[in-house]
Design a protein around this ligand. Sequence first.
Ligand code: HEM
Ligand SMILES: *[C@@H]1O[C@H](CO)[C@@H](O)[C@H](O)[C@H]1NC(C)=O
Length: 493
Amino acid sequence: MVTIFLLVFLCVSCIFLLSWKSRRVNALLPPGPTPLPILGNILQLDQGSQLKTFTKMSEVYGPVFTVYLGMQRIVVLYGYDTVREALVDHAEAFGGRGQFPAFSRFLNERGIAFSNGERWKQIRRFTLTTLRDFGMGKRSIEEKIQEEALCLVEELNKTQGDPFDPTLPISQAVANIICSILFGKRFEYNDGQFLMLRKLMTERILLGNIPKTVVKLYNLFPGIMDMIPGMHYKMAKSSLKIVDFINERIKINMASLDTSAPQNYIECFLAKMEQEKHNPSSEFSTKNLNMTIFNILFAGIETVSVTLRYGLLFLLKYPQIQEKVHKEIDVVIGQGRSPTVKDRNQMPYTEAVLNEIQRMADVVPMNLPHLVTQDTHFKGYVIPKGTYVYPVLNSVHYDKQHHANPEEFDPGRFLDSNGCLKKVEAFMPFSAGKRACIGEGLARMELFLVFTTILQRFTLTSPVPPEKINIAPASRNIMSIPEQYQLSVVPRQ
Ligand code: HEM
Ligand SMILES: *[C@@H]1O[C@H](CO)[C@@H](O)[C@H](O)[C@H]1NC(C)=O
C-alpha cells in the first residue's frame, strides 16, 4: 500500500510541478515565505502547531501574509485591527467558508458550517431565527438550561467532596442542552447510546486511532489521499455512525410531527420542509437537515464544555476571584432560586469573569477557515477569489496593542472604574461578520446559567495548591484544550 501511495504521489507531483509556475503569478498577493512546489510551506510548519507557525510568520511578514499548506493558498490575518477590518468592513468578500478536508470532505458541503452560497444562506437564516425563538416547544431554552444545570449539580454532588475530573459530567450536561433543543430529548448521564455518541464525537474531533500524520497528510493533500483505497472510508467511519444516529432521531420526530406546533429544531426544520416543498430552489431537505444537526452537535458541545472546563480551572487557580463571584451570587440570587438570564444585568463581575474566561480560553484559536468570494482588494494587496483566509482569533485575544498583559487572567479588563461592564474591542470568541457563530446567544446563556448554578451550590477546591495549577493549554489545534485536572466540590451553606 505504501508503494501505491508513493507512486500516485510521484505521478501527481509531476503533473502539479508542470502546472505550478502559472499558479504563482499574482504579484499583488500578501507577502510570505517562498513555497516549494506541491509541498508549499509545510516544511516550515512547527511540528504539531500550525498556530505557532503562523505567529512566527506574522512577526516576519506582518499582519497579512500568504502561506501554502500543500497546494492550498492561505492568507492569514493577524491582530485585532486586521481581523476586524476583514470580517466586518469587508464582510461580504470574506464571508465564504473554506474546508478542512479531513473533516468536511464527506459532508459534501451540505448543512450549515461548511456550505456556501444559497444553501448556506437559507439554512443559516432559518437556524438563527429558530434558535432565537423562545416558543420552540413547551419550555423556553432558558428553562431547558436551568433544568440541565440542576441535573449537573446533582451529578457533581455525588462525588461527596472527593477529587474528580469534571470533563465527562460537564460535556454530558452541555450535550443534553443541545440534544433537548435539537431532538426534544435529554439522556440520562449513564445512557449507553449517549455515551456512544460522545465517544464517536471525540473520536471525530481527535480522529481517534487514525495516526495524526495521516490526518495531516489528508488535510494537505486530500486529492492524493483519496486515491488510496479505503482511506476515505476510514476517515468517515465514525462520522457515518453519527449520521445514522441523527437519522434515527429524524425518523422518530417525523413520526410524531405536528407541523402546526413543532417542538424542537428537527420538527421546525421538517415543518419548513413541508412548507417549501413546491419551491424548487428550497435547500430544506433531510440530507441538509442531517448535516446541519451534525454541524451543530460538533460546534455546540465541545466549545461550551471546554470553555466551562477552563473556567472552573481558572477559579481553582484564583480562589480570590471565585470568592468575589460567590459574593455577587449571594447578593443578587441567594440560595432560594435558580439563576436566570435576567440576573446577568445585575452581575457585572460574573459577566466580566465569563468574558475573561472566554478571552483566555480562546477555544477556537485559529477560527474556522474562511474563503474570499471574489477577488478582494485588502490593505494594498489583491487576494484572488477562492483563496482560503484564516482570521486568527488567538491574535485578537492576545493582541498586545489592545490588552495589557494578555497572558494574565484579569476580569478587571472588562470592568470600568465603577465596576460596570465595559466594552472591550479586541474580544471576539464567536468571531464576527457574516460567518460569525450562530450559537453565541445560546452559548452565553449556557455559560452564565451553568457556571452560576455550580457556584451558587459549591465551593471549588483543588487537590493541588493554586500556584502549582497549570492553566496553559495542553494543545492548541482546531480547538484549544486545557490540561486534565481534578477538582472537589464542597456544598456551600
Ligand atoms: C463557547 C462556545 C462557542 C464558541 C467559542 C464558538 C465559536 C465559533 C467560531 C469561532 C465559529 C467560526 C466563525 C467564523 O467562521 O468566522 C463558529 C461557527 C459556528 N458555530 Fe459556534 N461557538 C460556540 C458555541 C456554539 C453553539 C452552542 C452552537 C450551536 C448552535 C454553535 C454553532 C456554530 C455554527 C453552526 C457555526 C458555523 C456558522 C457558519 O458557518 O455560518 N456554536 N463558532
Ligand atoms: C448534596 O447531597 C446531600 C446529601 O447527600 C444533600 O444534603 C445536599 O443538599 C446536596 N447538595 C447539593 C448542592 O445538591
